[in-house]
Design a protein around this ligand. Structure first.
Ligand code: NOJ
Ligand code: CA
Length: 663
């Protein structure tokens, strides 16, 4: 695919000087306003949206190890304002053509005396928010340095409600969200989404996280939030040197929650694609010898019910082949799996040999004859010393077998039992592995990943990632309550695609007494529209799909989109989205709710004017209820056009999925 730039416009203008000597720039639509000034020689910025305060004047800068901080004693040596406007094409994604339109303010700061060190701050003001980064240019009095703290603050205009998960936990990002006022938060992960009392939705996150620690958000009291960089085990935060560019700190703002979802600022703040050959990168659906391992039908490790056998692989391949599902993931195929595989330890997996009972070449060839390719699987157990020793041979093995997709897991609370997954060490590890995968023509699905920050634009073999509580938790824990899927679209999913692994039809999990999925079956279908992932799992067992009338939707729904719209939403309550297939004129609707049943009417005005469509509707059955009656799905058809007002009825904990195809 050719990387296509449709319109590019760059213009330079003078920064306007606002009240009290601030530099002020506005978004192209003038709704977002960014102000910058020095207060007592210290850099301070603030953000407004439609005249409402988003960020009150807030501090910026760094504390350094054994060096004077880069916090104050500055003067503005210069500034430059410009505008930029281009539309670029995604290799794959939730929208094919993305407009990157912003006003930029670059401020060149220099210390007034002493070492006269330089630090630039670049702001990009979009219609949906602001991104800014620090740039430390090459200079005489600052070469290598170690960041001990980043003091970027986000002073909120009130004690907003926020949805958050805590960092520095055993299970990384895999937690349920808590909703409280920010005064009751301690330190939390980004994306951090807040709702204000005056009707705004604000998200803090970051873009282009490269060779830096990720930031978490610390609440300092009095509505002051601050970047809290994830430390190395030695207590330092970032080991770096001039020239340096920090990741972009992003502040998204909207007056409708759905606008947070269709805001492409994080992607726009990343560099254009750096690869030449992307012919091996293909969005697709997959099945897996996976759910059976989590619910206890099979084991990861060898034994009487081992999952990754040649025979069982053929059973899955036959089913996938019959239904045109092009990919199969097989976990537990290699030496190293034990019943204790998930405990913190330096597990020693072998990435070049198969266990007895699994013949990789035979399985690959069996699949090839039937149009099903394998997805490779590397579980590192976070013993990266062991993994990186074998990564080349391990990836080459797949490449030699014609495999182009790989899932890579990092189970463990710390990498090498020492470093956080989300510190600079982890960030650089994931970048290294991604690059290695590209060398071996492998597209990656990271589990236990670093949070996405839009790097998929630059490196599109970064297909999808876990990094939240996915389906697996329903198999072996108290599970995810029905409201979970009404929160993640506005938190984790704002960061990028997620391998949530939806599609469980046997919601009562007959292999695991006392465990279940907190959903209706119709809601499982809706997840394929709500959760964007260019590789999307059909997670349940073949025998649970076989002959099920709702399975057709999973076969029909695409994974790569031309466009995405949010029809209605309230965080933690419900959401309805539509997406148009990238490879056809079909539209798909997904709607889901928390524990509350709901009815609403949506306009189908997104459909082409003057065209008739058939709607295939997969709704909760009349008496469906996630708790007491989760399985009935009512499948109906009706003809619609773009004037149709469609009534949607969702059961408690339910959902609805619709395919619209032109007649
Ligand atoms: C955790 C991953 O999220 C899951 O998908 C995988 O099956 C297990 N680790 C085993 O590696
Ligand atoms: Ca996981």
């Amino acid at each position: 695919m050719k990387y296509l730039v449709l319109i590019v416009g760059i213009a330079f203008m003078l920064a306007s000087c606002g009240k009290s000597g601030s530099l002020v720039v506005k978004s192209p639509d003038k709704n977002v306003e960014l102000s910058f000034k020095l207060v007592d020689d210290k850099p301070v910025y603030s953000v407004q949206f439609k005249g409402k305060d988003v960020v009150l004047p807030s501090a910026m800068g760094f504390e350094l190890k054994d060096k004077n901080p880069l916090l104050g004693n500055f003067e503005i040596a210069g500034s430059r304002t410009s505008t930029f406007d281009e539309t670029w094409e995604q290799v794959w994604g939730e929208k094919q053509f993305i407009r990157n339109h912003y006003t930029e303010l670059a401020v060149y700061l220099q210390e007034k005396d002493g070492e006269q060190r330089q630090m630039n701050i670049v702001f990009r003001v979009f219609d949906g928010g602001v991104g800014f980064r620090y740039e430390i240019p090459e200079q005489e009095n600052l070469s290598d340095f170690v960041i001990m703290d980043e003091v970027t603050e986000f002073t909120m205009a009130g004690d907003h409600n926020a949805w958050w998960i805590e960092p520095y936990q055993h299970d990384r990002y895999e937690y349920l969200y808590t909703k409280t006022p920010i005064s009751e938060m301690d330190t939390v992960h980004t994306p951090l989404t807040m709702k204000t009392n005056n009707g705004l939705y604000i998200t803090l996150h970051e873009a282009a996280l490269v060779d830096f620690a990720s930031y978490t958000v610390a609440s300092l009291g009095n509505n002051r939030l601050k970047t809290d960089l994830v430390p190395w085990s030695d207590g330092t935060k970032v080991k770096t040197g001039a020239p340096m560019k920090s990741p972009w700190r992003t502040i998204h703002v909207a007056d409708k929650p759905g606008d947070l979802i269709t805001n492409y600022m994080v992607l726009n703040l990343n560099e254009p694609m750096k690869y030449d050959d992307i012919s091996y990168i293909k969005p697709n659906k997959y099945m897996g010898i996976w759910w059976a391992l989590h619910i206890g039908k099979h084991t990861f490790w060898e034994g009487p019910i081992h999952g990754a056998t040649t025979e069982n692989s053929k059973y899955y391949i036959d089913f996938a082949s019959k239904h045109g599902i092009p990919l199969l993931l097989i976990e537990g195929w290699n030496p190293g799996w034990t019943e204790e595989w998930y405990l913190d330890a330096m597990h020693e997996f072998d990435f070049t040999r198969s266990v007895d009972g699994f013949d990789l070449t035979e399985v690959v060839n069996y699949g090839k004859e039937r149009g099903v390719k394998l997805i490779g699987y590397h579980e590192t157990g976070s013993n990266l010393i062991n993994y990186l020793n074998q990564i080349d041979e391990g990836m080459a093995l797949y490449r030699d077998h014609g495999i182009n997709d790989i899932k890579i897991g990092q189970v463990g609370s710390k990498m090498n039992m020492k470093e956080w997954h989300h510190g600079q060490f982890g960030v650089n590890y994931y970048a290294y592995v991604l690059n290695k995968a590209h060398e071996h023509q492998l597209a990656v699905n990271f589990h236990e990943p670093i949070k996405p920050t839009g790097l998929r634009r630059t490196y599109p073999n970064l297909m999808t990632a876990e990094g939240a509580r996915g389906m697996e938790y329903n198999a072996w824990s108290e599970g995810n309550p029905p409201n979970h899927e009404t929160i993640i679209p506005f938190t984790r999913l704002l960061a990028g695609p997620m391998d949530f692994t939806p599609g469980i039809f046997d919601v009562m999990i007959k292999y695991r007494e006392g465990r279940r999925v907190h959903t209706t079956v119709a809601k499982q279908l809706s997840l394929y529209v709500i959760i964007h992932s260019p590789t999307q799992m059909l997670a349940d067992l073949p025998e649970h799909y076989d002959g099920h009338p709702a399975f057709k939707f999973l076969l029909d729904v695409p994974v790569d989109w031309y466009d995405t719209k949010v029809l209605n939403a309230e965080i933690g309550e419900y959401i309805t989205m539509v997406r148009r297939d990238r490879n056809s004129e079909e539209w798909f609707l997904g709607s889901l709710t928390n524990e509350e049943p709901r009815e609403f009417t949506v306009s189908l005005s997104f459909l082409d004017e003057g065209r008739k469509y058939r709607a295939e509707i997969y709704a909760d059955g009349d008496d469906a209820d996630w708790d007491i009656n989760p399985t009935p799905v009512k499948i109906t058809q009706m003809d619609v056009d773009n004037n149709t007002q469609l009534d949607i009825k969702l059961a408690a904990g339910g959902g609805q999925a619709i395919r619209f195809y032109p007649l």
